[in-house]
Ligand binder design. Sequence first.
Ligand SMILES: [Zn+2]
Length: 115
Amino acid sequence: MNVVVEIRSLDLAATPEDLAAAISSRTTNALTTENIKTIKPGYGGKATAVVLLPARIANELARGPRLRIGWASCSIRIRFPMNRGTLCLDFGHRKNACTGPDYRNLPQLLETWTY
Ligand SMILES: [Zn+2]
């Protein structure tokens, strides 16, 4: 199973190769740049990288302290998949499997409530 990992406060000059090397230095398996999905620039000259990793390696990585990549000290966060529909806003199912109330038109729904 693959897990999406966010690496934040990355230096804008960091390349996918730098990132793969830094992650590989901490985990038991060597990584290639294929695992690096995106590096997006953010505010303050910093970037966020999205990396797709096998769950075991992601755990190894996220358990440790901040990751040093070049001059930057980066935080590591596992992004949990949000399985959430747009009808009842409950977790664990999507719209097509929803049995809960439809919250798309909340004012109309509130009128049908009895107090
Ligand atoms: Zn639902």
